[in-house]
Ligand binder design. Structure first.
Ligand SMILES: *Cc1c(COP(=O)(O)O)cnc(C)c1O
Length: 417
């Protein structure tokens, strides 16, 4: 059951016509489905049912507080990578004991904020960070609960820009150096070692890289046990892929089915950090066709959403289905769907077959819930778009469209001008 469906030739978000939302809140607009978000979170809970676990939603995929609140209300936690994301998670009501904090460059200020908030644990990515955390925790007279992020050197077989678990990447501690780092962590008086963490990449469409990485991690856990270092939290990271076009990624149940047998007899709480697989297919971006242009070699549909609103096609060459909000029976055209930004890289789709579009009509960019709004910018001084959440027949603005004055908020003209 998909919650973005055609009824009578019109695209609906749950029980609301997309057209109604656009006419109320304007274009472009992100629309999120409550039921889809809930179903995706539940799929993880059900898959790992019977094994202690926490589903820490990766806020970087979509940090709108309404979405984070929905997930928190249903047992979800948060994986944050900045003080700003921690602020959002707490504001949305995520219990601190369901928050984990990763990232290679946590500042002293961010570490203090997270310690004060009493989060579950930090996923630490270097020896330097470990020492800095020890120093700060000492000053605050608290103990910093940590896992070390281990880089297992596994190729996740995904796009190079979203792959993170190979030796050449900046993330984590190389697995060969892990033991030494754990020994250092144990020696530091204000550090409390409780976990182990890995995250090998995003948009993974096979379980084998998860399994291979986990096997390496478990071997390390056994070595640590021999040294008297015990692990309570096993954080397997995020990264399950979604269907954008014709990919067939494993659902959470299949992931659980492959990895739970490896964990038999171990007393871990499993932490997972899904982002894309929770929110990716729970959101669409609706945009209006402004102009049609027939170049000598190409046809262009120029729309009012640009790379500043959804950058994935521009930076990853990502594919998103593009569907008419109201179906038509016109001939099919092959066109580039492009935005208004002054960059050749500003496109939502290239050489795409779609039913002919007319100016003024709306198009839905599907699977836009993850790494959509969170990567949006004000480039070309374009106000960021509105976000709306739908639940059944109800819907509500969850972030209002920015205005021109928002664009210059905080700027000032110096006296010498
Ligand atoms: C990005 C990220 C995630 C989420 O990845 P998805 O592919 O969106 O599931 C989880 N953990 C860490 C540490 C990340 O950097």
């Amino acid at each position: 059951m998909h919650y973005f469906q055609y009824k009578g030739g019109e695209l609906y978000a749950e029980d609301v016509p997309v057209r109604e939302i656009v006419s109320r809140f304007g274009s472009p607009v992100y629309i999120y489905s409550y039921q889809t978000l809930l179903r995706h979170l539940k799929a993880y809970h059900e898959a790992f049912d019977g094994f202690p676990h926490i589903v820490c939603f990766a806020l970087k995929a979509n940090s709108n507080t309404a979405i984070v609140r929905l997930l928190a209300q249903n047992g979800g936690g948060a994986d944050v990578v900045s003080g700003g994301e921690l602020f959002r998670a707490l504001k949305a009501g995520v219990p601190p004991k369901r928050i984990v904090y990763a990232g290679v460059g946590k500042t002293g200020e961010e570490i203090r904020y997270a310690l004060k908030s009493r989060i579950l644990m930090f996923n630490v990515e270097s020896a330097d960070e470990l020492r800095e955390m020890d120093r700060i925790a000492g000053e605050m007279k608290v103990k910093a609960p940590i896992a070390l992020r281990i880089n297992p050197d596994i190729d996740p077989q995904t796009h190079p820009y979203i792959s993170t678990g190979l030796k050449k990447h900046k993330f984590g501690i190389p697995i060969e150096d892990a033991l030494e780092h754990y020994q250092l962590a144990r020696k530091l008086g204000n550090i409390s070692v409780i976990g182990i963490h890995k995250h090998i990449g995003s948009q993974l469409t096979k379980v084998s890289p998860f399994v291979d990485a986990l096997k390496r991690i478990l071997r390390l856990v056994d070595e640590l046990a021999e040294q008297g270092i015990s692990i309570n939290y096993l954080d397997i990271g995020g990264g399950l892929g979604i269907t954008y076009n014709d990919e067939t990624p494993p659902p959470p149940a299949q992931l659980a089915g492959s990895i739970l047998p490896l964990l038999e007899g171990r007393n871990f709480t499993i932490i997972m950090e899904p982002g894309r697989s929770i929110v990716g297919n729970a959101g669409i971006l609706v945009t209006k066709a402004l102009y049609l242009k027939k170049g000598e070699e190409k046809e262009f549909v120029i729309v009012d959403a640009g790379m500043n609103d959804l950058i994935r096609p521009s930076i990853y060459g990502a594919y998103h289905h593009i569907r008419p909000v109201v179906k038509n029976r016109r001939r099919t055209i092959v066109a580039d769907i492009v935005g208004p930004i002054c960059e050749s890289g500003d496109f939502l789709a290239k050489d795409r077959e779609i039913p002919a579009v007319r100016a003024g009509e709306y198009l839905a960019v599907m699977s836009a819930g993850a790494y959509g709004f969170t990567m949006a910018s004000n480039y070309n001084s374009r106000p960021r778009v509105a976000e709306v959440m739908v639940k059944g027949k109800e819907y509500s603005l969850v972030r209002k469209r920015e205005t021109y004055s928002d664009l210059v908020r905080g700027e000032s003209i110096p006296d010498f001008l």
